[in-house]
Design a protein around this ligand. Structure first.
Ligand code: SF4
Length: 189
């Protein structure tokens, strides 16, 4: 049998727990019944890749009855050896819905202490209007030597870790198109 690091770890940890608790005289029936209810029980392991950065950590996706039930780092993959950073560790939350997830934009007017629910059309129009107003006013066309620069220095773009490499590439191009020169990304931190 080809023993992977993952199977070896599973076997060792189960063996150690059963041996030590059993030897101490604990009744293991309850623990074994609980183990039958864990969320990956009976799930199929599907190897996948975290999409958030080019490290490309390998992930085990647990699928049961055609539904994703959990994700975790793959201990057999040499790049990440089972570890995932905060973004990779939150991969499952991309798929699952949570009562804490916002489904509509919230807007707080200047000096207000309340958030108002807005629809996407209103929100995107607001953002586009503000970007255009600032850019029209602040775009620097030429530098001190008279060279064309088309530079917007009072914008800052901060990328989110929940954007994939491809989304980041598109956002980057859009920002450069506006003349934005100050950009960073949370995934770098
Ligand atoms: S975002 Fe984190 S978990 Fe995902 S590939 Fe990059 S380093 Fe790995």
């Amino acid at each position: 049998m080809n023993t992977t690091r993952r199977n070896f770890l599973k076997g060792v940890s189960a063996g150690v727990v059963c041996l030590s608790l059993g030897q101490l005289g604990f009744d293991l029936k309850e623990a074994q019944a609980f183990a039958g209810t864990i969320k990956i029980e009976g799930a199929k392991e599907v190897i996948s890749v975290c999409p958030f950065c080019s490290v490309s950590c390998q992930v085990i996706a647990y699928v049961r009855d055609g539904k994703l039930v959990s994700t975790e780092g793959d201990p057999d993959f040499p790049v990440n050896e089972g570890a995932l950073c905060a973004k990779g560790a939150s991969l499952f939350s991309l798929y699952s819905s949570s009562e804490h997830r916002l489904l509509k934009p919230l807007y707080r007017a200047p000096y207000s202490d309340k958030w108002e629910e807005k629809d996407w059309e209103w929100t995107l129009n607001q953002i586009a209007r503000k970007i255009k107003t600032v850019r029209d006013k602040e775009l620097i066309l030429k530098n001190g030597k008279g060279q064309t620069v088309n530079r917007l220095e009072n914008f800052f773009m901060m990328g989110t870790s929940h954007a994939s490499n491809e989304e980041c590439a598109v956002i980057h191009q859009a920002m450069r198109g506006l003349g934005v020169v100050h950009m960073d990304h949370q995934a770098r931190v």
